[in-house]
Design a protein around this ligand. Structure first.
Ligand code: SF4
Length: 317
C-alpha cells in the first residue's frame, strides 16, 4: 500500500521530471514502486541504449553506480544523477584497475571483453563491453581463432566459454547475489512443483545452471515467461524481476530462489535496494549526488561500449 507521504514524493517527482526535463531509468532489480514511476525499465543493455538516445537534460539512474557511469559515458553532455553513491556492486568491486592491468599483461594477445558490470576504469582498459544479453553473440562475432580475455564475472565467462568453445581466460570475480543461490532449495522447489520451469541467470554457478530449463539475461528470462505456455517458474536471479513478470502475466506463479545461508525467502541485491522513492525525490530536488567521470577515462571507456552497441545493432539485439 502506498502511504500518503509516498504519494506526495511520487507526485513531486512527476512534477520535477516535467519541470527539469528529466527521465528516470530503472533497472529490473529495483523495488516495484520505483519500477512503476520510471520512464524506462530494463536490463543493462536496454538501459545503455536508452541513455544514449533520449532528449532529456537529466538522467536519474535508479540502479547502481556502474550503470549511472555507463549512462554518463554515453551521454556526457547530460547531468546524470544517482540517488545513493553507496549503491555499488560486489562484482564491479572484485576487479580493481591495477590488478586488472597485470592480468592483461600476463595474458598478452587477447581481446579484452568486459561485462558491463564493471567500473569506468576497467571499461577503459577493455576492447569490447558486453552484457548478459549479448555476451555469447559478441564473442561469436569475433573470428574463430581470436583469443579472448573475459572479465569480471567468472560464471558468465564460464557460461560463454561453454556455449562458444572459444579460447577464453577468465577473471575470477562474482556477484554476491547470483553465486549464492541454493541448489538444494531449487531441487526441493522442483519436487514440490514438478511442472515448474527453472529459470537461471548466467551469472549463477555451474551446478545451478545445470538444472536450468532456460538460461538467460534478466530481460530474456522475462521474455521467456511472456511467451512460454507454462504456469509456474522457479526464478534464480535477483527477485526484483518478479515485479515485471507479475505485471506481464499476473495469472502465473513465480517462486524466487533463496540464497544458501538465509532465512529470507528470496535473493535481493543489497546495493540495488539502497535506492528508495524518498532518495529519488531528494536527488531530483537537489540534483545531487551527480556522477562525474574523468575525461580521459570517459573517452577510453566509451570506445568499447560503442563497439558493443554497434555489434548488437548489426545482430539485431
Ligand atoms: S545483483 Fe550482483 S551484479 Fe547486479 S548490481 Fe547487485 S552485486 Fe552487482
Amino acid at each position: 500500500m502506498i502511504t500518503e507521504k509516498a504519494e506526495y514524493y511520487i507526485s513531486e517527482i512527476e512534477r520535477m521530471k516535467a519541470e527539469k526535463n528529466a527521465i528516470i531509468l530503472a533497472h529490473y532489480y529495483q523495488t516495484g514502486d520505483i519500477q512503476d514511476i520510471a520512464d524506462f525499465v530494463g536490463d543493462s543493455l536496454a538501459l545503455s541504449q536508452k541513455a544514449a538516445s533520449n532528449s532529456a537534460d537529466i538522467i536519474l539512474f535508479a540502479g547502481v553506480k556502474f550503470m549511472a557511469e555507463t549512462a554518463k559515458i554515453l551521454a556526457p553532455g547530460k547531468k546524470v544523477l544517482l540517488p545513493d553513491m553507496m549503491a555499488g556492486c560486489s562484482l564491479a568491486d572484485s576487479c580493481k584497475p591495477e590488478e586488472f592491468k597485470k592480468f592483461i599483461i600476463a595474458n598478452p594477445g587477447r581481446t579484452v571483453i568486459t561485462y558491463v558490470n564493471s567500473t569506468a576504469e576497467i571499461k577503459a582498459l577493455s576492447d569490447i563491453i558486453c552484457t548478459s544479453s549479448n555476451a555469447v553473440q559478441i564473442v561469436e562475432s569475433l573470428p574463430l581463432n581470436e583469443k579472448i580475455l573475459f572479465a569480471p564475472d567468472r560464471n558468465l565467462g564460464n557460461y560463454v566459454l561453454n556455449k562458444t568453445g572459444r579460447d577464453i581466460v577468465i577473471w575470477n570475480g562474482t556477484c554476491h547475489v547470483h553465486e549464492e543461490f541454493s541448489l538444494e532449495a531449487i531441487i526441493n522447489m522442483k519436487k514440490e512443483n514438478p511442472d515448474a520451469k527453472i529459470l537461471v541467470h548466467p551469472e549463477c554457478e555451474m551446478p545451478v545452471r545445470l538444472v536450468a530449463d532456460y538460461i538467460g539475461s534478466t530481460s530474456a528470462l522475462l521474455n521467456f515467461t511472456k511467451k512460454d505456455t507454462g504456469k509456474t517458474y522457479i526464478v534464480a536471479t535477483e527477485a526484483g524481476i518478479i515485479h515485471q513478470m507479475k505485471k506481464e502475466n499476473p495469472q502465473k506463479n513465480y517462486i524466487p530462489v533463496p540464497p544458501r545461508d538465509s532465512t529470507c525467502g528470496c535473493s535481493e541485491c543489497a546495493f540495488m535496494k539502497l535506492i528508495t522513492i524518498k532518495k529519488i525525490y531528494d536527488c531530483l530536488l537537489n540534483e545531487n549526488p551527480e556522477i562525474f567521470v574523468d575525461d580521459e577515462i570517459l573517452i577510453k571507456a566509451r570506445r568499447p561500449i560503442i563497439r558493443m552497441m554497434e555489434i548488437s545493432e548489426k545482430l539485431g539485439l
